[in-house]
Design a protein around this ligand. Structure first.
Ligand code: TF8
Length: 335
């Protein structure tokens, strides 16, 4: 009797110190791919995630954060995750629309009016529901990170009114919402993967692009783009995903380490991104970009053109998802 109690006590003590958990971790290399440069908000958060995972797994799980699209563009990495050739990645939800049509709802122009609304909706039930749809496609979605509010740059002319966009060849992300949005604005929209964007701008294969300030800074688009228009036309999320094939072979303890670290990385990334974005516009002006704000009247004209694509988005994501997301936004707005 006494020995049994003593043993039970020993086991409890071992569990409490975490010594027993060591058996729950196998040595693993986790390739975590991303598209931006190392010195970017994406890179910093990927490295923070790597450190957290390594620490929490007692050094058993080693995350290799691999940027610059060295493992491929967003869509190429998604295929590698699905096939089990790569473990993890972070990328734009916009590039997942081909696999999960509901993801297109996040590309709705002016869906969120501030970052707080985005956090509440993306981290809430409807954000989870859309994220969960990845599983049937071979990926597990862990958390949404912030890419941010997108702004327009080009090398041709200052864009101060709608008509200024008319003959501008504008690179957009590879999905129909972005294509339709910028066609509605009168631009010549060309879908291209992000990994080809700098060269396309440099060689003037395209005149312009749109991305958050952070990316315009980190990808050095200011070197090849003279004009920036503050449009904040859409909030883009990033999403951290795992190969389902690989995930299914992990222990519960390993999964928990990844999940917890993902949440920590999300909180870190959003804070870092917002701090950087707040300074970035001044930074870009300092680098010689000519920045112009839209007059209220012109902003409204663009807004009206852009919301004309909403009916198409509702159709492709399904009316129910559309309604749920919009109700969640309203709720967040009124809170
Ligand atoms: C874009 C996105 C990119 C992301 C990134 C490579 O314009 O905003 O920043 O896809 O993960 O393609």
């Amino acid at each position: 009797m006494r020995i049994r109690f003593a043993l039970a006590g020993l086991v409890a003590a071992l569990v409490a110190t975490g010594a027993v958990q060591a058996q729950d971790f196998k040595p693993r290399i986790v390739r975590f791919g991303y598209g931006l440069v190392d010195n970017s908000n994406q890179g910093r958060a990927a490295r923070m995630f790597a450190q957290e995972v390594e620490k929490a797994s007692g050094g058993k799980m080693k995350v290799r954060a691999i940027g610059n699209a060295s493992l491929g563009s967003d869509t190429q990495m998604q295929q590698a995750l699905i096939g089990g050739a790569q473990e993890m990645m972070v990328g734009s939800t916009a590039t997942l629309v081909g696999l999960v049509p509901e993801m297109a709802v996040w590309d709705t122009p002016f869906l969120f009016s501030n970052a707080k609304e985005a956090d509440v909706v993306l981290d809430g039930p409807v954000g989870d529901k859309i994220k969960a749809k990845l599983e049937a496609k071979g990926m597990v979605g862990l958390v949404y990170w912030e890419n941010g509010f997108r702004n327009l740059t080009n090398s041709k002319r200052p864009v101060a009114k709608l008509e200024d966009l008319n003959d501008i060849k504008l690179r957009v992300m590879q999905n129909n919402v972005f294509l339709d949005s910028f066609k509605a604005l009168g631009a010549n929209a060309v879908p291209l993967p992000f990994s080809e964007l700098f060269t396309a701008l440099e060689t003037r294969a395209v005149d312009g692009q749109e991305n958050p300030y952070n990316t315009i800074v980190s990808s050095k688009f200011y070197e090849v783009q003279k004009y920036l228009t503050v449009t904040n036309h859409v909030y883009s999320p990033w999403i951290v995903t795992v190969s389902k094939k690989w995930w299914d072979g992990l222990s519960a303890a390993e999964k928990k380490v990844l999940q917890d670290a993902a949440i920590k990385s999300r909180d870190f990334e959003r804070k870092d991104t917002r701090e950087e974005a707040a300074k970035a516009l001044a930074d870009l002006k300092g680098k010689g970009m000519q920045v112009n704000e839209l007059s209220a009247a012109e902003a409204n004209r663009m807004r009206e053109k852009l919301v004309s694509v909403n009916a198409g988005i509702a159709k492709s994501v399904g009316q129910q998802t559309w309604d749920e997301v919009n109700a969640a936004v309203q709720q967040a707005r009124n809170a």
